[in-house]
Write a protein that binds this ligand. Sequence first.
Ligand code: CTP
Ligand code: MG
Length: 221
Amino acid sequence: GRVVALIPAAGMGTRLGLPVPKAFVMLRERTLLQRSVSAALASGVVDQVVVIVPADLAAQIDAEYADRPEVTVTVGGAERSDSVRAGLAASGPDTELVLVHDAARALTPPALFADVVHALRDGARAVIPGLPVADTLKRVDTAETVLATPDRSELRAVGTPQGFTAELLRHAHSGGGDATDDAGLVEALGVPVQVVPGDPLAFKITTPFDLRMARLLLDES
Ligand code: CTP
Ligand code: MG
């Protein structure tokens, strides 16, 4: 069956604070989005990429990928989950597996896409990459008073690509609702979500510090 990678790139990048939407910021000669599309295709496990962009950039990005039949461009929405739903609507009815991957995770190694798809092929219906957390985490109240220290060994920092059977992800998104993490909607259905080992290079470029880190990592390679 077909594997489709949805790449939400329709956010404004408010926390990064540059004049251009985050997915269109350059990292060396290529934008974050271009890097994420290349990684998905280089994985060898993705048949179609659906790129989800801001409305005012759709014509330009569509033209950029005009000679790539495996790349489709569609317009996103106000919240990330609206953008994922737009991507689902643009995926063919013959889609068997869907990966959702933040354009902002621009240094994600292609092998991570393959790892997620392999776990789905092994029978999981929802797969997310996760890493152990290095810092001690505290639960706090609105006054920043510590309420609890969760046991770090039970916690994972999760990212993307997140993989699902197409049927499950469509069902999870059918009720609308917002979630920064698609797996959260699947959990709400009571369906098990499997964590596979993540990769630190799949970190999300969110702040100016993250962009500096990404540029330094590229300088090093
Ligand atoms: N995204 C999207 N549609 C939205 C919001 C986010 O497609 N309405 C995408 C972003 O482009 C990004 C990914 O979802 O690739 C993860 O979101 P985030 O890191 O929060 O990016 P932004 O929303 O752009 O950043 P910020 O929250 O700082 O504005
Ligand atoms: Mg955001």
